[in-house]
Design a protein around this ligand. Sequence first.
Ligand code: ZN
Ligand code: ZN
Length: 137
Amino acid sequence: MKVSLDRLNKERRIEIDEDDPQFAGSPGRESTVGPLRVRLLLRAAAGAVQVTGTLNGVFTGVCDRCMEPFTRERHITVDEVFELDEVETRSREINVSSHVRDIVMEQVPVRQLCSDGCRGICTGCSANLNREQCRCT
Ligand SMILES: [Zn+2]
Ligand SMILES: [Zn+2]
C-alpha cells in the first residue's frame, strides 16, 4: 500500500479504504484472522503526512494468564503525524503499509488476556479456572 507523495501534495488529502493482508496468519502477536481493514485519511504537511482514521481487525493471541489461544477484535484509532524518511522522500512514495505495521506493533499489547476477567490457571492443580473447578484440597 503506497501513496505517491506528489499526488498527495497536489490533492492535499487522500482517502484510503483497503484490506491489508500483511498480518494475516503471521506468527507474531500481531497476527490477524483475515485482513486488516484500513481506513485512513492522509493530509499533506511540511515534510510529513498527517494521518487519521481507524484500523480494524480480528487478532489472534495466546492468553498470558490461562495460556489458551483466543481471537479478539481490535479497533485502533489513528491520529499521528508520519515524518517522511529518507527513502520516502527520495522515492516520492509514502509506504503506508509500513506505517500501519508500526502502529499495530505499538498498539497490540505484549501481555495479552483472552478477556479482562480471565481467571487463569490454578498453580496447584493446573485447572483452567475459566471452565474447571479447582481440584486442590
Ligand atoms: Zn485467559
Ligand atoms: Zn487447584
